[in-house]
Design a protein around this ligand. Structure first.
Ligand code: BEZ
Length: 195
């Protein structure tokens, strides 16, 4: 399995920030197993959440990977560029990244990104993205196939379906609409009802 934790250690000089803001768009919205100084709903632009990353270590296994979210860049000519990707921003200390780099080591790299807060303030933040070059990337599939894989997968961190349902619930709590996540949820609920 890949391990991006060492690469991430040297990607940014965390001493350069007065405040470190981490933007969470997936499990970081609801699985907050790290200390933080502040927490605020926020959004980023130009990116969409997609269940296109394989999970071999948390919600699936090497043999039967689950699917978890990553972000994909929106084609700059599309109107969707103006659609916010809503998530939760956490003000954290640099030490938190030792834990998170390990937790998200299956292909995620840390990037810098402008994060917009509810009051319109924009601050530079950090974000984890797993791009198509990483070996755990599964890429696009139909909504129904993604829901089927999520329905069938489980790993050391639990059922893949719980990851999806928790994410959808957390997005609703943030008043965020995410067509991709909510339509996978609809398919999944149908599979669960007929199981
Ligand atoms: C997040 O919730 O922001 C996140 C998702 C996947 C990997 C790392 C972080």
């Amino acid at each position: 399995m890949i391990d991006t934790s060492d690469i991430n250690k040297s990607r940014q000089n965390l001493d350069q920030y007065d405040e470190i803001w981490l933007f969470g768009y997936g499990s970081l919205i609801y699985k907050v197993d790290f200390p933080f100084l502040d927490k605020q709903p926020a959004c980023i632009y130009g990116w969409q959440r997609r269940f296109w990353q394989g999970s071999h270590d948390h919600r699936g296994t090497q043999e039967n990977p689950g699917r978890v979210v990553t972000l994909v860049q929106i084609d700059q000519n599309k109107d969707a560029m103006t659609e916010p990707c809503v998530g939760m921003a956490y003000q954290v200390s640099a030490e938190v990244f030792e834990h998170l780099d390990y937790r998200e080591k299956n292909g995620y790299l840390r990037h810098e990104i402008p994060v917009e807060f509810v009051d319109g303030t924009i601050k530079q933040g950090l974000i984890y993205i797993a791009d198509e070059a990483n070996p755990a990337y599964l890429g696009e599939a139909s909504i129904s196939d993604i829901a089927q894989q999520v329905f069938q997968s489980r790993g050391p961190s639990g059922e893949n379906r719980d990851y999806l349902l928790e994410l959808a619930r957390s997005l609703r709590a943030l008043n965020a609409h995410d067509e991709h996540v909510f339509s996978i949820e609809q398919h999944l609920l149908r599979f669960l009802q007929s199981a």
